[in-house]
Design a protein around this ligand. Structure first.
Ligand SMILES: [Zn+2]
Length: 368
């Protein structure tokens, strides 16, 4: 018998075994692919949801941008064309995504007990000192949903200055982030506050809006009121929206000073005889002085801050006519008051605002 005739049955059985193995491998490969696809569809909802939010959110605009005609993206429905993958996102969108992610990390609201009938307490409630420094913290009132309005004190001098951020909630969350950064800096550098100065920092006047994140409704408080139209100064029941922020219908409240956030801040400013304040907004319009026409002390402060920063003063005029504003009410009460708008809706412009902080701390009022 030749070797070939002896080997023929063995070769056939090898071939059979090879074919069977091949079929098994294909089956395994198919099963593994199906499993992986299923896993992908379940595995990334959190991150993708953030991207979806970011990609459907229209770019946030300034207080008084040019928003009468929302941009093309602002009308985008939540149902979008396929999302680009994370790595394919252009820089700007990546930033937005990061911002959305950071907004996501805001503390989830604890279960607050809504207290619509409870008037804010007339006196401030002291809190234990912040862990980061010796700064005093106090609660000066509560939001509509009962979130505390927290003020931090730096220094203890007779000249009282105040920084207020987050009046427009989640739509201007970078102002709140800036207040937090400045607060951390002040806690670790308390010596920058001159002996004659007390600086008060209210990081979020609209914490209910902050908790909503970067959505248009987060500009108003829980009652749908734009707090910066609610102060009893040039207050109007409604206003001409031409040239003004108008992405959704917010109100000025049923009457001047109707909102608990507005009341708490007014009470604090008058109780402490605050001499000057900066109210942070975003974005891009520059520096506004309190008063219409601008009050002299507010103008002088605005000019000083304009001189040492890149924010323009006088500000950009979009044709918006402003009613019920904090700075107008404050200037009516002898407070040098300005709005400072950050350069965009994402950045805190920290270095620039550290310089502004130094200039503000050196502020010398001329008004008695
Ligand atoms: Zn604003």
């Amino acid at each position: 018998m030749s070797r070939s005739s002896q080997q023929a049955p063995a070769v056939r059985s090898y071939r059979r075994a090879f074919v069977v193995l091949g079929i098994l491998c294909l089956g395994l490969f198919g099963a593994a692919t199906a499993y992986l696809l299923r896993d992908t569809s379940l595995g990334a909802p959190a991150g993708d949801a953030l991207v979806a939010v970011a990609s459907t959110a229209p770019p946030m605009v300034a207080d008084a941008g040019v928003p009468s005609v929302p941009s093309a993206t602002s009308g985008a429905s939540p149902i979008q064309t396929p999302r680009p993958t994370r790595t394919a996102l252009p820089t700007a969108t990546s930033t937005t995504t990061r911002r959305a992610a950071s907004a996501r990390t805001l503390r989830p609201p604890p279960r607050y007990t809504p207290s619509p009938t409870a008037a804010p307490s007339p006196t401030s409630v002291a809190l234990p000192p912040a862990a980061t420094g010796a700064a005093n913290r106090m609660v000066i009132g509560n939001s509509v949903l009962g979130r505390p309005l927290e003020v931090t004190q730096f220094g203890n001098g007779p000249l009282e200055l105040m920084i207020i951020a987050g009046i427009h909630g989640g739509t201007e969350v970078n102002t709140i982030e800036l207040a937090d950064q400045l607060g951390e800096y002040l806690s670790s550098h308390p010596e920058i506050v001159p002996p004659n100065v007390t600086l008060w920092m209210l990081r979020a006047l609209n914490p209910d809006g902050e908790a909503k994140g970067r959505v248009w409704s987060a500009r108003g408080n829980e009652n749908g009121v734009d707090l910066n139209r609610n102060f009893p100064a040039l207050w109007e029941a409604d206003w001409d929206r031409g040239g003004c922020w108008d992405y959704m219908r917010l109100t000025s409240g049923p009457e001047p000073g109707s909102e608990p956030e507005t009341q708490a801040l007014m009470r604090f400013l008058l109780t402490h005889h605050v001499d000057a304040l900066i109210n942070y907004h975003s974005s891009a319009l520059g520096i506004f002085a309190g008063g219409q026409p601008p009050d002299p002390e507010s103008s002088r402060l605005a000019q000083r801050i304009g001189d040492i920063s890149e924010y323009p003063y006088p500000p950009i005029d979009t044709g918006c006519s402003y009613s019920g504003q904090l700075i107008d009410w404050a200037s009516d009460h002898g407070i040098a008051a300005i709005d400072v708008e950050l350069s965009n809706e994402l950045d805190t412009d920290f270095e620039q605002n550290l310089a502004i902080l130094a200039a503000f701390l050196a502020w010398q009022p001329e008004r008695q």
